[in-house]
Design a protein around this ligand. Structure first.
Ligand code: PAF
Length: 283
Protein backbone atom coordinates (compact mmCIF):
# COMPACT_ATOMS: atom_id res chain seq x y z
CA UNK A 1 0.00 0.00 0.00
CA UNK A 2 1.22 3.44 -0.86
CA UNK A 3 1.05 6.31 1.65
CA UNK A 4 0.47 9.58 -0.23
CA UNK A 5 0.77 12.95 1.56
CA UNK A 6 0.64 15.44 -1.34
CA UNK A 7 -2.42 16.41 -3.40
CA UNK A 8 -0.43 16.47 -6.65
CA UNK A 9 0.99 13.01 -5.92
CA UNK A 10 -2.52 11.69 -5.26
CA UNK A 11 -3.80 13.09 -8.56
CA UNK A 12 -0.79 11.63 -10.41
CA UNK A 13 -1.21 8.19 -8.77
CA UNK A 14 -4.88 8.08 -9.77
CA UNK A 15 -4.12 9.41 -13.25
CA UNK A 16 -1.70 6.56 -13.92
CA UNK A 17 -4.18 3.89 -12.72
CA UNK A 18 -7.01 5.41 -14.72
CA UNK A 19 -4.82 5.45 -17.84
CA UNK A 20 -4.29 1.72 -17.32
CA UNK A 21 -8.09 1.38 -17.35
CA UNK A 22 -8.40 0.52 -13.66
CA UNK A 23 -11.42 1.47 -11.57
CA UNK A 24 -10.96 3.16 -8.22
CA UNK A 25 -13.17 3.09 -5.13
CA UNK A 26 -12.74 5.86 -2.56
CA UNK A 27 -13.39 5.53 1.17
CA UNK A 28 -13.16 9.03 2.71
CA UNK A 29 -12.49 9.02 6.47
CA UNK A 30 -11.16 11.21 9.24
CA UNK A 31 -8.90 8.39 10.36
CA UNK A 32 -8.59 6.60 13.68
CA UNK A 33 -9.93 3.71 11.69
CA UNK A 34 -12.11 1.12 13.43
CA UNK A 35 -14.04 -1.98 12.29
CA UNK A 36 -16.77 0.27 10.87
CA UNK A 37 -14.22 1.71 8.44
CA UNK A 38 -12.89 -1.79 7.71
CA UNK A 39 -16.42 -2.71 6.61
CA UNK A 40 -16.48 0.31 4.26
CA UNK A 41 -13.15 -0.81 2.77
CA UNK A 42 -14.37 -4.37 2.32
CA UNK A 43 -17.46 -3.06 0.52
CA UNK A 44 -15.28 -0.77 -1.63
CA UNK A 45 -13.07 -3.72 -2.59
CA UNK A 46 -16.15 -5.50 -3.95
CA UNK A 47 -16.99 -2.49 -6.11
CA UNK A 48 -13.69 -1.62 -7.79
CA UNK A 49 -10.24 -3.09 -8.39
CA UNK A 50 -8.31 -0.54 -6.35
CA UNK A 51 -9.37 1.02 -3.06
CA UNK A 52 -8.11 4.44 -1.98
CA UNK A 53 -8.69 5.39 1.66
CA UNK A 54 -8.36 9.04 2.63
CA UNK A 55 -7.53 10.10 6.17
CA UNK A 56 -8.04 13.80 6.77
CA UNK A 57 -9.35 15.51 9.89
CA UNK A 58 -11.00 18.29 7.95
CA UNK A 59 -10.75 21.58 9.85
CA UNK A 60 -13.45 23.15 7.67
CA UNK A 61 -16.19 20.87 9.01
CA UNK A 62 -15.55 21.63 12.71
CA UNK A 63 -17.11 24.59 14.49
CA UNK A 64 -14.94 26.84 16.68
CA UNK A 65 -16.24 25.17 19.88
CA UNK A 66 -15.95 21.63 18.50
CA UNK A 67 -13.39 18.87 18.98
CA UNK A 68 -11.00 19.50 16.06
CA UNK A 69 -7.93 19.75 18.31
CA UNK A 70 -8.68 16.67 20.35
CA UNK A 71 -10.11 14.56 17.52
CA UNK A 72 -8.07 11.31 17.71
CA UNK A 73 -5.25 10.94 15.18
CA UNK A 74 -3.50 7.62 14.65
CA UNK A 75 -1.86 7.60 11.22
CA UNK A 76 0.48 4.68 11.87
CA UNK A 77 -2.38 2.44 13.01
CA UNK A 78 -4.53 3.72 10.14
CA UNK A 79 -1.84 2.69 7.65
CA UNK A 80 -1.71 -0.79 9.16
CA UNK A 81 -5.50 -1.16 9.13
CA UNK A 82 -5.90 0.20 5.59
CA UNK A 83 -3.13 -2.05 4.34
CA UNK A 84 -4.64 -5.14 6.03
CA UNK A 85 -8.00 -4.09 4.59
CA UNK A 86 -6.52 -4.29 1.10
CA UNK A 87 -6.26 -0.57 0.27
CA UNK A 88 -3.93 0.21 -2.62
CA UNK A 89 -3.28 3.75 -1.38
CA UNK A 90 -3.85 5.80 1.73
CA UNK A 91 -4.11 9.53 1.09
CA UNK A 92 -3.30 11.49 4.25
CA UNK A 93 -2.62 15.15 3.43
CA UNK A 94 -1.82 17.86 5.97
CA UNK A 95 -4.45 20.61 6.33
CA UNK A 96 -2.24 23.13 4.47
CA UNK A 97 -2.01 20.74 1.54
CA UNK A 98 -5.77 20.80 0.91
CA UNK A 99 -6.31 24.37 2.12
CA UNK A 100 -3.26 26.38 1.07
CA UNK A 101 -3.05 30.09 1.91
CA UNK A 102 -5.64 32.01 -0.05
CA UNK A 103 -8.12 29.12 -0.21
CA UNK A 104 -11.56 30.74 -0.13
CA UNK A 105 -13.94 28.37 -1.91
CA UNK A 106 -16.92 26.71 -0.22
CA UNK A 107 -19.34 24.18 -1.64
CA UNK A 108 -22.85 24.83 -0.32
CA UNK A 109 -25.49 22.15 -0.79
CA UNK A 110 -28.95 23.64 -0.27
CA UNK A 111 -32.01 21.86 1.07
CA UNK A 112 -30.87 18.60 2.60
CA UNK A 113 -27.95 20.18 4.48
CA UNK A 114 -30.26 22.61 6.30
CA UNK A 115 -31.83 21.53 9.61
CA UNK A 116 -30.88 18.59 11.85
CA UNK A 117 -27.05 18.43 12.14
CA UNK A 118 -26.86 21.40 9.75
CA UNK A 119 -28.78 23.52 12.28
CA UNK A 120 -26.75 22.35 15.31
CA UNK A 121 -23.41 22.58 13.51
CA UNK A 122 -23.43 25.72 11.32
CA UNK A 123 -21.00 25.41 8.42
CA UNK A 124 -20.44 21.69 9.02
CA UNK A 125 -21.88 20.44 5.75
CA UNK A 126 -20.14 23.17 3.75
CA UNK A 127 -16.89 21.79 5.15
CA UNK A 128 -17.88 18.22 4.35
CA UNK A 129 -19.08 19.07 0.83
CA UNK A 130 -15.96 21.12 0.07
CA UNK A 131 -13.51 18.43 1.13
CA UNK A 132 -15.49 15.65 -0.55
CA UNK A 133 -15.47 17.59 -3.84
CA UNK A 134 -11.70 18.03 -3.51
CA UNK A 135 -11.23 14.32 -2.79
CA UNK A 136 -13.43 13.36 -5.75
CA UNK A 137 -11.37 15.61 -8.05
CA UNK A 138 -8.00 14.36 -6.79
CA UNK A 139 -8.84 10.64 -6.69
CA UNK A 140 -11.41 10.48 -9.51
CA UNK A 141 -13.10 7.32 -8.22
CA UNK A 142 -15.83 5.39 -10.00
CA UNK A 143 -17.51 4.73 -6.68
CA UNK A 144 -17.25 6.15 -3.15
CA UNK A 145 -18.40 4.42 0.01
CA UNK A 146 -19.72 6.28 3.07
CA UNK A 147 -21.19 5.04 6.35
CA UNK A 148 -24.93 5.34 6.90
CA UNK A 149 -24.33 6.43 10.49
CA UNK A 150 -23.95 9.94 9.11
CA UNK A 151 -27.30 9.69 7.35
CA UNK A 152 -27.69 13.39 6.60
CA UNK A 153 -24.08 13.58 5.38
CA UNK A 154 -24.75 10.71 2.98
CA UNK A 155 -27.86 12.51 1.69
CA UNK A 156 -25.86 15.73 1.23
CA UNK A 157 -23.12 13.88 -0.67
CA UNK A 158 -25.67 12.15 -2.92
CA UNK A 159 -27.18 15.58 -3.67
CA UNK A 160 -23.87 17.23 -4.53
CA UNK A 161 -22.75 14.27 -6.64
CA UNK A 162 -25.98 14.50 -8.64
CA UNK A 163 -26.16 18.30 -8.79
CA UNK A 164 -22.51 18.76 -9.83
CA UNK A 165 -22.58 15.83 -12.31
CA UNK A 166 -19.70 13.89 -10.78
CA UNK A 167 -20.89 10.63 -12.27
CA UNK A 168 -19.60 8.82 -9.20
CA UNK A 169 -21.67 6.04 -7.66
CA UNK A 170 -22.33 6.81 -3.99
CA UNK A 171 -22.74 3.71 -1.85
CA UNK A 172 -24.01 3.84 1.73
CA UNK A 173 -22.86 1.10 4.08
CA UNK A 174 -25.05 0.01 7.02
CA UNK A 175 -24.04 1.09 10.52
CA UNK A 176 -21.57 -1.23 12.21
CA UNK A 177 -22.35 -1.64 15.91
CA UNK A 178 -20.56 -2.81 19.02
CA UNK A 179 -21.94 -6.05 20.52
CA UNK A 180 -24.18 -4.04 22.88
CA UNK A 181 -25.65 -1.91 20.07
CA UNK A 182 -23.59 1.30 20.22
CA UNK A 183 -22.87 2.55 16.69
CA UNK A 184 -19.11 2.52 16.07
CA UNK A 185 -17.53 5.97 16.01
CA UNK A 186 -14.09 7.41 16.57
CA UNK A 187 -15.72 9.71 19.13
CA UNK A 188 -16.79 6.76 21.34
CA UNK A 189 -13.31 6.82 22.84
CA UNK A 190 -14.14 10.15 24.53
CA UNK A 191 -16.76 8.41 26.71
CA UNK A 192 -16.08 7.64 30.38
CA UNK A 193 -17.48 4.25 31.57
CA UNK A 194 -20.73 5.80 32.90
CA UNK A 195 -21.12 7.83 29.69
CA UNK A 196 -20.46 4.72 27.63
CA UNK A 197 -23.41 3.06 29.41
CA UNK A 198 -25.60 6.13 28.85
CA UNK A 199 -24.66 6.17 25.16
CA UNK A 200 -26.70 3.00 24.74
CA UNK A 201 -29.77 5.26 24.95
CA UNK A 202 -29.44 5.82 21.19
CA UNK A 203 -29.65 2.24 19.98
CA UNK A 204 -32.25 1.53 22.69
CA UNK A 205 -34.41 4.42 21.44
CA UNK A 206 -34.15 3.09 17.91
CA UNK A 207 -35.13 -0.42 19.03
CA UNK A 208 -38.04 0.89 21.06
CA UNK A 209 -39.27 3.10 18.23
CA UNK A 210 -39.29 0.07 15.94
CA UNK A 211 -41.24 -1.88 18.55
CA UNK A 212 -43.79 0.96 18.83
CA UNK A 213 -44.24 0.97 15.06
CA UNK A 214 -44.51 -2.83 14.94
CA UNK A 215 -47.21 -2.57 17.65
CA UNK A 216 -49.19 -0.19 15.44
CA UNK A 217 -48.12 3.28 16.54
CA UNK A 218 -47.73 5.39 13.40
CA UNK A 219 -47.99 8.96 14.68
CA UNK A 220 -44.44 10.37 14.56
CA UNK A 221 -45.03 13.02 17.24
CA UNK A 222 -46.34 10.34 19.63
CA UNK A 223 -43.27 8.21 19.03
CA UNK A 224 -40.89 11.14 19.47
CA UNK A 225 -42.61 12.30 22.68
CA UNK A 226 -42.26 8.83 24.21
CA UNK A 227 -38.60 8.56 23.20
CA UNK A 228 -37.87 12.03 24.50
CA UNK A 229 -39.36 11.17 27.91
CA UNK A 230 -37.02 8.17 28.15
CA UNK A 231 -33.94 10.06 27.01
CA UNK A 232 -34.34 13.02 29.36
CA UNK A 233 -34.60 10.62 32.31
CA UNK A 234 -30.83 10.04 32.06
CA UNK A 235 -29.00 13.02 33.61
CA UNK A 236 -25.91 12.40 31.44
CA UNK A 237 -27.93 12.77 28.23
CA UNK A 238 -28.92 16.04 26.58
CA UNK A 239 -31.01 15.79 23.42
CA UNK A 240 -29.84 17.76 20.39
CA UNK A 241 -32.64 16.54 18.14
CA UNK A 242 -34.92 13.60 17.44
CA UNK A 243 -36.76 13.45 14.14
CA UNK A 244 -38.65 11.12 11.87
CA UNK A 245 -37.89 11.99 8.26
CA UNK A 246 -38.17 10.55 4.80
CA UNK A 247 -35.02 8.56 3.98
CA UNK A 248 -35.13 10.04 0.45
CA UNK A 249 -35.03 13.77 1.11
CA UNK A 250 -34.99 14.20 4.92
CA UNK A 251 -38.43 15.84 4.86
CA UNK A 252 -40.07 15.63 8.32
CA UNK A 253 -42.92 13.13 8.49
CA UNK A 254 -46.09 13.05 10.55
CA UNK A 255 -47.03 9.37 9.87
CA UNK A 256 -44.60 6.47 9.72
CA UNK A 257 -44.22 4.93 6.27
CA UNK A 258 -41.81 2.50 4.62
CA UNK A 259 -39.25 5.25 4.02
CA UNK A 260 -39.32 6.64 7.58
CA UNK A 261 -35.99 7.07 9.28
CA UNK A 262 -35.51 7.98 12.92
CA UNK A 263 -32.59 10.38 13.32
CA UNK A 264 -31.11 10.93 16.77
CA UNK A 265 -28.44 13.33 18.01
CA UNK A 266 -27.58 13.66 21.68
CA UNK A 267 -24.80 14.89 23.86
CA UNK A 268 -23.53 12.42 26.44
CA UNK A 269 -21.34 14.49 28.74
CA UNK A 270 -19.21 16.54 26.33
CA UNK A 271 -19.53 14.05 23.47
CA UNK A 272 -21.99 14.50 20.63
CA UNK A 273 -23.29 11.18 19.30
CA UNK A 274 -25.66 10.38 16.45
CA UNK A 275 -27.55 7.28 15.35
CA UNK A 276 -30.36 6.46 12.97
CA UNK A 277 -32.34 3.70 11.36
CA UNK A 278 -35.36 2.91 9.24
CA UNK A 279 -38.41 2.36 11.44
CA UNK A 280 -39.84 -0.42 9.31
CA UNK A 281 -37.24 -3.02 8.59
CA UNK A 282 -37.36 -5.37 5.67
CA UNK A 283 -35.52 -8.15 7.60
O1 PAF B 1 -17.61 11.04 7.69
C1 PAF B 1 -16.46 11.50 7.76
O2 PAF B 1 -15.54 10.88 8.31
C2 PAF B 1 -16.17 12.88 7.17
O3 PAF B 1 -17.22 13.74 7.36
C3 PAF B 1 -15.75 12.82 5.68
C4 PAF B 1 -16.86 12.27 4.79
C5 PAF B 1 -14.51 11.97 5.54
C6 PAF B 1 -15.43 14.23 5.18
O4 PAF B 1 -14.41 14.81 5.93
Amino acid sequence: MELIRQAAAMAAWSGERLKEGRRLALVPTMGCLHPGHAALMARAAQLAELVVVSVFVNPMQFGPQEDFDRYPRALEQDCALASTGGAAALFAPEAGELYPPGFKTKVVVGGVSEGLCGASRPGHFEGVATVVVKLFNLVRPTVAVFGEKDFQQLTVIRALTRDLNFGIEIVGHPIVREADGLAMSSRNRYLSPPERRSALCLSRALREARQMVAAGLKDCQDILTRLEAQLVADPLVVIDYLAVVSGHDLAPQSRVGRDSVLLLAVRVGQTRLIDNGYLIRED
